[in-house]
Write a protein that binds this ligand. Structure first.
Ligand code: CA
Length: 143
């Protein structure tokens, strides 16, 4: 358990580093694709969102939400991801939408840093963004 501090530029730097972002997203996608069929189903995407804790940071859900509301929300999230209405989300769709979400988070954060509590083994994209920032400032410091 630890805490990282991120702000808009941390997230933006992470997303704009195309190769790094692609790699991170693909890793996440593979982890979320529980049955390894190469696409995310509704259930898999929902689990993904639960594990990324993006609802809190992006959709502003921090209080009790009824199961019905939550289901509706996840349905609307799924529709957003599933651009071609195929009923599943492929890695390209996932990456494109994650990029939008991360940039929206960056805009929301602006220059106001937030503290994010991390659990052991946290591999969320926001954590990776913070790691990238940390590695950059470390290399600056040692220079
Ligand atoms: Ca799958």
């Amino acid at each position: 358990m630890g805490v990282v501090i991120i702000d808009g530029s941390t997230v933006r730097d992470f997303v704009s580093d195309e190769a790094q972002f692609k790699k991170s997203v693909e890793e996440r996608f593979a982890a979320f694709d529980l049955n390894n069929d190469g696409v995310l189903s509704r259930g898999e995407l929902r689990k993904a969102f639960e594990s990324m804790r993006l609802l809190e940071t992006h959709f502003g859900i921090d209080v009790v939400t009824t199961p019905d509301q939550l289901s509706q929300l996840y349905d609307s999230i799924f529709e957003k991801f599933d651009c071609d209405r195929s009923g599943t989300v492929d890695v390209e769709e996932f990456r494109a939408e994650m990029k939008k979400i991360m940039l929206a988070i960056a805009d929301g954060l602006g220059s106001c840093p937030i503290q994010m509590a991390l659990e052991d083994g946290d591999e969320s994209l926001l954590k990776k963004a913070a790691d990238l920032e940390a590695s950059k400032s470390n290399s600056k410091a040692s220079f």
